[in-house]
Write a protein that binds this ligand. Structure first.
Ligand SMILES: Cc1cc2nc3c(=O)[nH]c(=O)nc-3n(C[C@H](O)[C@H](O)[C@H](O)COP(=O)(O)O)c2cc1C
Length: 315
């Protein structure tokens, strides 16, 4: 079975469409929970947690909450709320971490960065350019302190930040979008016009839960981001909308827990997928999903993932 895919033609070839989503690489986002990284050679890529310009302590605890809207079912804890607040050591320590990780990482390694301003994004991109990372994912689900607007909500900010980053960083740039925008196509078009090589769709959805015993929100930060199975139909719809208008490589993310979930993303037009919440249940989840995908392909007579034909409304 051939699970290799071309994410960006002639630029990013992956041996598997399975990628570890930023913030969920092990229990701390930076690989805690793995005895050895060698099994990661099975999967396509790893994206450690986002680095910001300055170090961040993160939000008040509790920072994540498994919210089982379907308690007692097999789906159990497959919906999460989190508000970690981008706890990270800042870009300079981040570069040291990536340099230490690179020789031990038996698969592709993409860095993730997020800034408060276009200048911060550009400076961080030039720092990442000094590492041996295979690409850079821009986490745009953060506010621009100059305007107060989230980068990912404003097509003009998306254009400016990508133009600034691509001046400093010459390897592939992947742009991670937020789901809660009125028109995802406008944002995607702006990203591609400014030089994005691929899009990641999508980050978590703003959400909140109140504990009816304590009468308080379950997260210290009150609001958080929803991930897990509830996010999948949202991401699938966004990818369909983008792919109906333009031919850009997309990494689907949201609620991947099975080979069937991976297939659904590939059928809507994603070239690869990321696994987030499933890693919070087990750091071995990505390798298991890769094995499950190979078995699914055998059972359903798919020789190669390159044979999959994207769903098209007009067919
Ligand atoms: C605990 C936690 C921390 C996260 N941290 C980041 C982060 O640092 N950067 C980022 O771009 N996304 C972050 N995310 C979002 C994930 O990368 C992913 O987009 C999201 O969880 C949806 O995928 P899933 O449904 O498979 O979890 C985080 C998600 C979780 C659950």
């Amino acid at each position: 079975m051939d699970t290799s895919i071309s994410l960006v033609d002639n630029l990013i070839e992956l041996n598997s469409p399975v990628i570890i989503a930023s913030g969920t690489f092990g229990y701390d986002g930076y690989g805690r929970g793995y005895e050895s990284y060698s099994p990661l050679s099975k999967i396509g890529a790893v994206i450690p947690k986002t680095f910001t310009y300055f170090a961040r302590e993160g939000n008040q605890e509790p920072r994540w909450y498994p919210t089982s809207f379907r308690q007692g079912t097999e789906d159990g804890e497959t919906i999460f709320l989190n508000s970690v607040g981008l706890t990270n050591p800042g870009i300079h320590k981040g570069v040291e971490y990536l340099n230490d990780l690179r020789p031990n990482m038996p698969t592709k390694l993409f860095a993730s960065i997020s800034g408060d301003s276009i200048e911060q994004f550009a400076e961080m991109a030039s720092e990442i350019a000094k590492t041996e990372c295979d690409g850079l994912e821009l986490n745009l689900s953060c506010p621009n302190t100059d305007t107060g607007s989230m980068f990912s909500h404003d097509a003009e900010l998306v254009r400016s930040v990508i133009s600034a980053v691509t001046k400093e960083y010459k390897n592939p740039v992947i742009v991670k979008l937020s789901p809660n925008v009125p028109n995802i196509v406008t944002i995607a078009e702006s990203a591609v016009a400014a030089g994005a090589n691929a899009l990641t769709v999508c980050n978590t959805m703003p959400a909140m839960k109140i504990d009816i015993k304590t009468h308080k929100p379950v997260l210290g930060n009150v609001l958080g981001g929803l991930s897990g199975i509830s996010l999948k139909p949202i991401a699938i719809a966004l990818i369909h909308q983008i792919k109906s208008c333009m031919n850009v490589p997309i990494i689907g993310v949201g609620g991947v827990f099975s080979a069937e979930d991976i297939m659904e993303y590939l059928l809507v037009g994603a070239s690869a997928i990321q696994i987030g919440s499933a890693n919070l249940i087990s750091p071995q989840a990505p390798m298991k999903l890769q094995d499950d995908l190979v078995n699914f392909m055998k059972e359903n007579n798919f020789e190669s993932l390159r044979d999959i034909k994207t769903f098209n409304v007009s067919d």
